[in-house]
Design a protein around this ligand. Structure first.
Ligand SMILES: *Cc1c(COP(=O)(O)O)cnc(C)c1O
Length: 235
C-alpha cells in the first residue's frame, strides 16, 4: 500500500467512527479529497485507493489537472469540485470543467455560471458559501442573506442547488470567541434546516476539514473536505 492509500483508509475510518458515534449511517458522509498543490501522479494513487470526489481551490490549477486526468475522469466517473473563491473572470472555466462549485456567494456569479454551463452538460451542482463567523475578510454570504440568494439560484435552469458550505475561521472562533468546535457550525446547520423546511430539498452540508472532521460530522456534515490528512502537509 502507498502512503496515500493508507491515509485514505485512515480518513475513511475516522469518518466511519464519527458517523457511528453520531448515530448516523457510515455512508452519510462523502469524502472530498482536496488536491490543491497535489500532482496528478499523486491524485492517481488516491483514485487507486477508491477516491472519486476531488476538490480544487485554484481554478486554473484545477483545470490543468482535470485535463491531465480526463481519461481517469471518464473511466471512474470522477467528480471535480471547485472549493475556492470564484471571480467573474473565472466563471467560464468553472462552468466548463467542474461538476460542483461550493463557493457561490453572489447572484452575479450564479447567473454567469448558469449562462456559461455548456448545453447538454449535466447541471452544475451548487452550494452557497455562508460566512458563519461574520468575519469581514472572508468570502461567503451573510447568514441572513442566504434565503434570498437561494430563491434566485433555484430559478437558474443549468444549476442545481445542493446545499450549504462553510469554512470556519479557527482564529476567530476558537481563540477569540472560545466556541466549541461543533458549535461553530450551528449557523450553517440552522440555515440548511430552514431551507429544507421551506422544501428546498438540500442534501449537502459541506463542512469539516482534516482537523475538525469529527465535530463537523457530529454537527451534521454530509461532505468533508480533506487535504492534509490524505496528502500530507502542503509546501
Ligand atoms: C485546503 C482546504 C481544505 C482542506 O484543508 P485540510 O486542512 O488540508 O484538510 C478544505 N476546504 C477548503 C476550502 C480548503 O481551501
Amino acid at each position: 500500500m502507498t502512503n496515500i492509500e493508507q491515509n485514505t483508509a485512515a480518513v475513511r475510518l475516522r469518518i466511519q467512527h464519527s458517523c457511528h458515534k453520531a448515530g448516523r449511517n457510515s455512508d452519510a458522509v462523502t469524502l472530498l479529497a482536496v488536491t490543491k498543490t497535489v500532482a496528478p501522479e499523486t491524485i492517481r494513487q488516491a483514485i487507486a485507493a477508491g477516491q472519486r470526489d476531488f476538490g480544487e481551490n485554484y481554478i486554473a490549477e484545477g483545470v490543468e489537472k482535470i485535463t491531465a486526468l480526463a481519461a481517469e475522469t471518464a473511466q471512474y466517473g470522477l467528480r471535480w469540485h471547485c472549493i475556492g473563491p470564484v471571480q467573474s473572470n473565472k466563471t467560464r472555466l468553472v462552468a466548463q470543467y467542474f461538476d460542483w462549485v461550493h463557493t457561490v456567494d453572489r447572484l452575479k456569479i450564479a447567473e454567469r455560471l448558469n449562462e456559461q454551463r455548456p448545453e447538454g452538460a449535466k447541471r452544475l451542482q451548487v452550494c452557497i458559501q455562508v460566512n458563519i463567523d461574520n468575519s469581514p475578510s472572508k468570502s461567503g454570504v451573510a447568514p441572513d442573506e442566504v434565503l434570498a440568494l437561494a430563491q434566485e439560484i433555484a430559478k437558474l435552469p443549468r444549476l442545481q442547488l445542493r446545499g450549504i458550505m462553510a469554512i470556519p475561521d479557527p482564529m476567530t472562533d476558537i481563540a477569540i470567541n472560545n466556541i466549541a468546535a461543533q458549535a461553530i457550525y450551528t449557523p450553517a446547520i440552522a440555515i440548511f434546516e430552514h431551507l429544507n423546511a421551506l422544501n428546498y430539498q438540500l442534501d449537502t452540508l459541506s463542512i469539516g476539514m482534516s482537523a475538525d472532521m469529527e465535530p463537523a460530522i457530529q454537527a451534521g456534515s454530509t461532505m468533508v473536505r480533506v487535504g492534509t490528512a490524505i496528502f500530507g502537509s502542503r509546501a
